[in-house]
Design a protein around this ligand. Structure first.
Ligand code: NBP
Length: 485
C-alpha cells in the first residue's frame, strides 16, 4: 500500500480536496468514485498529482497503509450511509473514516456510534469554503475521537487555509461537534449575507446610487472594521454588467434566493435548544419570502406608507454620506448580534450534547478558508481569551463599545426603513434582540400571567421564593402551587 490518505467521491468538492491533499509534501492520495469516469478523468487531468486510482472499495482499502484514513465527499444523506457501509466492510479496527460532506450533526452522532462498534473511528468534519476552499485551503471543523485526531490532525493541518500563521482547523469536540459548528457557521453566513443585502437595498433606494456606485461604497467598507470576504464579493457582484442587456447584473437576476437547508437546520436546532437566533432566522425566512412569487404577485397592491405621512424616502445628495455611514454602523451592529447569537447556539449545543468546545478557537479557524472569513473574528477570539465563559458574546468590552458607537445610527436606520415601507428584517430583529437583552423588565411577566389564567401554568414572584397560582375563576386570591412548569 502506497497511499496515506484516500478520498471517496470525486465531484467538485472531492476532486479539489484530493488535488489539495496531493499537492502537500509527503501525501499520496488514493481516490475512488462510484462511477469510474470521474476517477479516470481526475487522473488524466492532473498527471502532476500523486494519485492512486481505485475502481473497487477493496482496491481502495488495499492501496492505503494503516491506520487507513479516508475522507468521504459525496452528496449528504443516503449516499454517505452507502459509502460508510462499503468502507466498514473493507476497513479494520483503528482505521479512520471521515465524512467531509454537509451532514446534519444528529446523523453524524448516529453514524459515529454505529461505526465505533466495529472498532473503526468515524469523524464528521465540516468543510467550508466551497470548491476554491477545497482546492486551496478550506476551514475544517472535525469532530470525532481524540484517537483519530492524532492521525488526522497533521493531515488536515497540511491542507487547511492559513490565517495569521495558524491553520484553520481544530479538533472541535467529539462525535457530531464538528458538523454542529459547521451548521452554525452556515447560519451565520445566511445572516451576514442578508444584512449586506438589506444595507445595499437601503442605500440604493435612499440615495438613488447605481449598483456600480454602491460597489465603491462596499469596497471602501472593506478597508475598515467590516473587512470580510462577503463584503469584498458583494462589491464584485454589484460592479458586474450583464453582457446581454448592458444592465447591472444584479438587476437581471431573478430576486428569489435559494437555499440548501443548512440555514434552516441552524434555526430548527436553535428552536429545540431554546436559543433565540432571531437574526439568523430572519435571514432564512427572508429567502423563503422571496421564493413565493405567487404570494408576492397578489401582494403588490397592499397599501404602503401614505404620501401624506411625510415619510417619502430619499436623502439629498448632501445627506447621502451621513445616511450611508448610518447604514454601515447598522450593518456592523446587526452583524455583532448575528455572531453573538450563533456562538450562543454553539455554547448551548455543547452543553446539550456534552461537547467541550473552545469558542475562541472556533472564531480563529473561521478567519481563513471559509465564506464568513473576516478580520472581525479576531475580536471574537480576543473576547473569549479574556473571558472564556462569557455568557453573551456581545457583552465583551470591545463589542459594548462598538454597539454604543453604532446604536443611534442603527435605530435611525431601522425606523427610517419602517417609515418608508422598506423591509429590513435582519436589521430590525437584531435591534429588538439587543433591546430585549438590555431591558430591565420584560413583558414576559404579562405572558406568565396569561399562562396562569388560561392554563394554571403558575408563576414565580420577584419578592419571595416559591411557585404561585391565582384562582382566576374563583375569588382571585393567590395560592402557593406545585411547580408544574
Ligand atoms: P455532490 O453533493 O453533487 O455529490 C456528488 C458525489 O456523490 C458524486 O461523487 C457521486 O458519485 C456521489 N454519490 C452519490 Br450522489 N450517491 C452515492 C452513493 N450512493 N455511493 C457513492 N457515491 C455516491 O458533490 P459536491 O458538490 O462535490 O459536494 C460533496 C459534499 O460536500 C456534499 O456533502 C456537500 O454538501 C459538501 N459541500 C459542498 C460545498 C460546495 O460548495 N459544493 C461546500 C461545502 C460542502 P457519482 O459520480 O457516481 O454519481
Amino acid at each position: 500500500p502506497s497511499a496515506n490518505i484516500g478520498v471517496v467521491g470525486l465531484a467538485v468538492m472531492g476532486s479539489n480536496l484530493a488535488r489539495n491533499l496531493a499537492s502537500r509534501e509527503g501525501n499520496t492520495v488514493a481516490i475512488f468514485n462510484r462511477s469510474s469516469d470521474k476517477t479516470e478523468h481526475l487522473v488524466q487531468a492532473h498527471p502532476e498529482a500523486e494519485f492512486v486510482p481505485a475502481f473497487s472499495y477493496e482496491d481502495f482499502a488495499d492501496s492505503l497503509h494503516k491506520p487507513r484514513t479516508a475522507i468521504i465527499m459525496v452528496k449528504a444523506g443516503k449516499g454517505t450511509d452507502a459509502v460508510i457501509d462499503a468502507l466498514v466492510n473493507v476497513f479494520e479496527p483503528g482505521d479512520i473514516i471521515v465524512d467531509g460532506g454537509n451532514a446534519l450533526f444528529t446523523d453524524t452522532i448516529r453514524r459515529e456510534k454505529a461505526v465505533r462498534e466495529t472498532g473503526i473511528n468515524f469523524v464528521g468534519a465540516g468543510i467550508s469554503g466551497g470548491e476554491e476552499g477545497a482546492l486551496l485551503g478550506p476551514s475544517i471543523m472535525p469532530g470525532g475521537s481524540d484517537e483519530s485526531w492524532v492521525t488526522l490532525g497533521p493531515i488536515l493541518k497540511s491542507i487547511a487555509a492559513i490565517a495569521e500563521g495558524e491553520p484553520c482547523v481544530t479538533h472541535v469536540g467529539h462525535d457530531g461537534a464538528g458538523h454542529f459548528v459547521k451548521m452554525v457557521h452556515n447560519g451565520i453566513e445566511y445572516a451576514d449575507m442578508q444584512l449586506i443585502a438589506e444595507a445595499y437595498d437601503l442605500i440604493r433606494r435612499g440615495t438613488g446610487r447605481t449598483p456600480a456606485e454602491i460597489a465603491d461604497v462596499f469596497a471602501e467598507w472593506n478597508t475598515g472594521e467590516l473587512e470580510s470576504y462577503l463584503i469584498e464579493i458583494t462589491a464584485e457582484v454589484l460592479r458586474q454588467t450583464d453582457a446581454a442587456t448592458g444592465l447591472p447584473l444584479v438587476d437581471v437576476i431573478l430576486d428569489q434566493a435559494g437555499a440548501k437547508g443548512t440555514g434552516a437546520w441552524t434555526v430548527q436546532t436553535a428552536l429545540d435548544l431554546g436559543v433565540p437566533v432571531s437574526g439568523i432566522a430572519e435571514a432564512v425566512f427572508a429567502r423563503s419570502l422571496s421564493s413565493h412569487p405567487e404570494q408576492r404577485a397578489v401582494s403588490r397592491e397592499l397599501p404602503g406608507p401614505s404620501a401624506s405621512s411625510g415619510t417619502e424616502f430619499g436623502v439629498t445628495a448632501q445627506d447621502a454620506e451621513t445616511f450611508i455611514e448610518d447604514v454601515r454602523l447598522a450593518l456592523y451592529a446587526s452583524k455583532i448580534v448575528a455572531y453573538s447569537q450563533g456562538f450562543d447556539e454553539i455554547r448551548a449545543g455543547a452543553a446539550q450534547y456534552g461537547w467541550t468546545i473552545d469558542l475562541g478557537a472556533i472564531a480563529k479557524i473561521w478567519r481563513g478558508g471559509c465564506i464568513i472569513r473576516a478580520q472581525f473574528l479576531n475580536r471574537i477570539s480576543d473576547a473569549y481569551a479574556q473571558t472564556p465563559d462569557l455568557p453573551v458574546l456581545l457583552t465583551a468590552p470591545y463589542f459594548v463599545e462598538a454597539l454604543g458607537r453604532a446604536q443611534d445610527s442603527w435605530r435611525r436606520i431601522v425606523s427610517t426603513a419602517a417609515a418608508a415601507g422598506i423591509p429590513a428584517p435582519a436589521f430590525s430583529s437584531s435591534l429588538s434582540y439587543y433591546d430585549g437583552l438590555r431591558a430591565e423588565r420584560l413583558p414576559a411577566a404579562l405572558v406568565q400571567g396569561q399562562r396562569d389564567f388560561f392554563g394554571a401554568h403558575t408563576y414565580k414572584r420577584i419578592d419571595k421564593e416559591g411557585t404561585f397560582h391565582t384562582l382566576w375563576s374563583g375569588d382571585r386570591t393567590e395560592i402557593e402551587a406545585e411547580d408544574t412548569h
